[in-house]
Design a protein around this ligand. Structure first.
Ligand SMILES: Nc1nc2c(ncn2[C@@H]2O[C@H](COP(=O)(O)OP(=O)(O)OP(=O)(O)O)[C@@H](O)[C@H]2O)c(=O)[nH]1
Ligand SMILES: [Mg+2]
Length: 305
C-alpha cells in the first residue's frame, strides 16, 4: 500500500439478539461505545464505533463499525422499528459480519437472518463468538456446520469478552477497507451525541438490574445538561415507563434501587467524560410512550417500520 494512501469504510455487524455484537464493537474500538447486558434486545438503534487502524508503514485505515439491534421476529412497534434499523445500512456497507454465539444452536432465527443477508450481499464474514464457552472439539463441529450452509468469505473465531481472535479480525477489516480519505478525525470513537450516550448508560444499568418485561417497557431521556462554574456537569434524566406498577420496582425500598442505578451510571459517565458528574434521575409514567413518534425520531428509529 502507498504510504500516503488511507482507507476508510463501513462494516455492518448483524446477528440475533445477545450474540455479542455490542461487546465485539467495544472490544474492536477499545472503549465502550455501545451498551451491553445479559438480556436480549439491549441495543435499540444503530451505533457507530470508529476504529482508526495504524499499519506498520504508518498508513491508516478507518473502520466504521455499525452495531445493530439483534434481529428477531418482531411484533410490537418498537421491536419492528429496531429490527428495521438493523437492516437499514446493510446495502451500503463495505463488509458485513454475521455473528453467532457458539454456545447456542443454529436456530431458525439465525438461519433466516443469514438467508436475508446473503440475498443482499455476496460476501459475508462469519464471526463465531464466545469461543471461551465451548470446548475445541465442539467448535470444530460448529465451523463445519456453518461451512455446510454457506460459502462464507472468511471465518473468525473470537471471544469478544476476553479479546481472543479480535486482533486478527480488526487487521483483516483494516486491510479490506476501500481507499478513501478518513471520514472522521482519527481520535473519534463514536458518532453518538453525548446526551444520547448518557441516556444509554443509564438504560444499561436499568437493563442489568431489572427483571422480566420491565426493561423492554422503559426508555431514558437526557433532559438537562449544564456545566457548572467548577466544570462539573449536572445531568438530569427521565426514565419513562408505561405502567404505574413499574415505578415502585425501579425506585426500590426507600429509593435504594434507583440510588444504586444512579451511582453506577454516574461512575461510568465520569470515566467517559473525565469530569465530575451530578446525575439526577426521575421516573415518569407515560402510558403510550411507545406510540409517540418523537420518541422514535430522537434515536433515529422509523416509527412506521
Ligand atoms: N462468555 C462470553 N460472553 C460474551 C461474549 N461476548 C458477549 N458476551 C456476553 O453476552 C451477552 C450479550 O452481549 P451483547 O454484546 O449485549 O450482545 P448483543 O448481540 O449486542 O445483544 P443485543 O443488543 O440484545 O442484540 C452479555 O452478557 C455479554 O457479556 C464472549 O465472547 N464470551
Ligand atoms: Mg447490542
Amino acid at each position: 500500500m502507498n504510504k500516503l494512501e488511507t482507507k476508510s469504510g463501513f462494516v455492518n455487524i448483524l446477528g440475533v439478539p445477545n450474540s455479542g455484537k455490542s461487546t465485539l464493537i467495544n472490544k474492536l474500538v477499545g472503549k465502550k461505545v455501545s451498551i451491553v447486558s445479559h438480556k436480549v434486545q439491549t441495543t435499540r438503534f444503530c451505533v457507530r464505533g470508529i476504529c482508526t487502524y495504524l499499519f506498520d508503514d504508518l498508513s491508516k485505515s478507518q473502520i466504521i463499525l455499525i452495531d445493530t439491534p439483534g434481529i428477531f421476529p418482531a411484533k410490537r412497534r418498537l421491536d419492528k422499528a429496531m429490527v428495521s434499523a438493523a437492516w437499514s445500512e446493510l446495502k451500503h456497507s463495505d463488509k458485513v459480519l454475521f455473528i453467532h454465539d457458539v454456545s447456542k444452536p443454529i436456530e431458525n432465527n439465525s438461519l433466516d437472518v443469514m438467508k436475508e443477508i446473503f440475498k443482499i450481499k455476496e460476501k459475508v464474514i462469519l464471526v463465531l463468538n464466545k469461543i471461551d464457552l465451548l470446548p475445541k472439539d465442539k467448535l470444530l463441529k460448529k465451523i463445519l456446520d456453518f461451512k455446510g450452509l454457506y460459502a462464507f468469505e472468511k471465518v473468525f473465531l473470537v471471544s469478544a469478552k476476553n479479546g481472543s481472535g479480535c486482533g486478527q479480525l480488526i487487521k483483516f477489516l483494516a486491510m479490506s477497507m476501500p481507499t478513501h480519505p478518513l471520514l472522521y478525525n482519527d481520535n473519534t470513537i463514536s458518532d453518538l451525541p453525548l446526551s444520547i450516550l448518557a441516556s444509554e448508560i443509564t438504560r444499561e444499568k436499568l437493563f442489568k438490574s431489572l427483571n422480566k418485561e420491565l426493561p423492554y417497557n422503559l426508555m431514558v431521556e437526557t433532559e438537562k445538561w449544564d456545566i457548572s462554574s467548577n466544570k462539573s456537569i449536572n445531568i438530569q434524566q427521565t426514565i419513562f415507563i408505561n405502567k404505574s406498577s413499574y415505578k415502585p420496582i425501579i425506585l426500590g425500598k426507600a429509593g435504594q434501587n434507583i440510588k444504586r442505578i444512579g451511582i453506577l451510571a454516574r461512575k461510568d459517565l465520569e470515566k467517559l467524560l473525565d469530569s465530575k458528574i451530578h446525575l439526577f434521575l426521575f421516573v415518569k409514567l407515560k402510558k403510550n410512550w411507545m406510540e409517540d413518534p418523537s420518541k422514535y425520531s430522537s434515536i433515529g428509529l422509523n416509527y412506521n417500520a
